[in-house]
Design a protein around this ligand. Sequence first.
Ligand code: NAD
Length: 358
Amino acid sequence: MERKLGYAVVGLGVGMGHCDAAIASEKAELVAVCDLIPAKMEKVAAKQPGLKMYTDFEDLLKDEEVECISICLPSSMHAEFAVRAMEAGKHVLVEKPIDITVEAALKIEEARVRTGKKAGVIHQNRFNLDMIPIKAAIDSGRIGDVFLGTFAVKWYRMQSYYEGWHGTWEVDGGGSLMNQAVHTVDLMQWFMGDVESVTSNIGIFGHEIDTEDMTASLIKFKSGASATFVSTTCAYPGLSTDIQIYGTRGSIEADQDVLKTWKMMDFDEEFAENMGIDAFDAEEEEHYMIERYGKGNPGVLAVEPEHLVGHRYMVEDMICAVLEDRDPAILPMEAIKSVRIVNAVYESAKTGKTVYLG
Ligand SMILES: NC(=O)c1ccc[n+]([C@@H]2O[C@H](COP(=O)([O-])OP(=O)(O)OC[C@H]3O[C@@H](n4cnc5c(N)ncnc54)[C@H](O)[C@@H]3O)[C@@H](O)[C@H]2O)c1
């Protein structure tokens, strides 16, 4: 029988999903969890008999059965805990954002290189079955030269959401952009390339918080393309995430992370089929629309992707990365890009000037 990787999770908010993914994996065993609140650990133990529960992270690090740890703590704690884990000989999978500053995030990369341990970062939306075809269409040149993008994350959060660490500069590192929309910032730079500059406004409209619940930015890319990016947690009762990308030979639009428009001058049915897209000739002309996705082809794991959506997919990728001695899907230097962009937005809003990312 193949050996199973000893997995652990620290921080049991979204970390519960990491626990479920590790329990479901045939290649790992969830051996331990760590949280300050025992009741949260008991919930996981009810699904995983024999689970070890630690309230002190140092005790988790001393556990020799633990080989890989998901770091699911509040955002400003990521680098400190990830570095401690790697120095103790553990591999790490860090929740988004990698940390709240570029400086802190770079410490994860430095520790990864120094210790030789693996460090992956969660940005699960890249593995959304509707985002994969967008990336493939852009990278293969099928929509021509990308010149414009519009990105809008129009969510809602009640005031009670902000009663803990959320929406604080010290721990969350920002508001709607750093916490909620960082997923879409990551997608934006993944689709459209390196950002040259940002010019932004931010504001607080619906909550009592330190940071922001609305951002609006004009983004310029090194390619010469431009994008608008807006984020909010004030759009009652919580609306969609819209992504629109326009190239000289085609347009792609997604609403609520689901593809709505797939129009290309040179429509390639085989490509669409390979991407698992059910395309149909909506207007009996050479342009086609997509109604909804079918099977995707993430091309990272040799497993059926529909069984591995979101966190399940990324935890499984991390487990395989350790067992196969390869890199995980998203490395620290890749995840740092969105944190750099988010902080540039805040700096631009604070100074009233365009910020150049260099
Ligand atoms: N990828 C996603 O879609 C997604 C979704 C939600 C949250 N997140 C990210 O996950 C991270 C955690 O967010 P959350 O919403 O789960 O937060 P949360 O506050 O719900 O959970 C954090 C947990 O960490 C525990 N904790 C805090 N300090 C600890 C310590 N010193 N030792 C052990 N446990 C400790 C807390 O008791 C709590 O249970 C954040 O960085 C957030 O941005 C990602």
